[in-house]
Design a protein around this ligand. Structure first.
Ligand code: HEC
Length: 181
């Protein structure tokens, strides 16, 4: 019966995680977005980004909630970056975890191309989604960015600067690059 005892809290926590992060999910209403009505491949790719964004953010919240107790523990952010690197290596999409506060934990986690700089400015101004389509070697890629707010007090354990963040304010971002096919 041990399994039941484990499953119930995990399912409950998963629900809390989904609810906690759902407000920062992807919307389709930003003015910057390329038109997708007559572009089913673009619509499918945007939907895939929405799904990935929910998946990654829910995982980060659950890991932080259940496994992080001290500032020396391996952070969910670092674990997520390792996961993103594996996904990229295996030929799937690319994802970057970015700071938007100006005081990153890791100085490498900052916007480093024109799309990301525009996306960070948009998310900081309160947008809950930003995307664009770029073409490389005859293929189209969706670049998309979503905000990361401070959803748990525990985040402050390692990010002292998040103490000043307003409720729901973006302190970070996930930046996606995914093939449109
Ligand atoms: C145990 C310490 C710890 C906790 C708790 C923690 N983080 Fe982090 N966070 C880190 C570390 C370390 C990095 C840098 C990881 C890397 O680049 O390898 C990081 C990176 C980040 C980044 C990328 C930008 C930057 O500052 O480098 C964001 C955004 C972020 N964390 C958000 C969060 C949020 C939101 C929470 C709460 C859900 C959280 N973190 C909880 C340690 C922590």
């Amino acid at each position: 019966m041990r399994r039941v005892h484990v499953l119930i809290p995990v399912a409950g926590a998963a629900l809390i995680g989904v609810v906690a992060w759902s407000f920062c999910g992807v919307s389709n209403s930003s003015a910057n977005e390329p038109k997708s009505a007559a572009d089913p491949a673009l619509q499918r790719t945007r939907k895939a980004v929405r799904m990935l964004d929910d998946l990654y953010k829910t995982a980060v919240v659950l890991i932080t909630k259940h496994y992080i107790n001290e500032d020396t523990d391996l952070s969910a952010g670092a674990a997520a970056k390792a996961l993103f690197a594996e996904m990229h290596k295996k030929g799937w999409h690319e994802v970057q975890l970015l700071d938007v506060t100006g005081t990153p934990y890791n100085a490498k986690n900052v916007a480093d191309d024109p799309f990301e700089r525009k996306a960070v400015a948009a998310l900081k101004s309160g947008k809950d989604y930003f995307d664009d389509v770029e073409t490389a070697e005859g293929k189209r890629y969706l670049r998309a960015a979503t905000p990361v707010p401070v959803v748990l007090k525990k985040c402050i354990l390692c990010h002292e600067n998040y103490r000043q963040a307003a409720k729901g304010e973006a302190i970070g971002a996930l930046s996606y690059r995914i093939l449109i096919e």
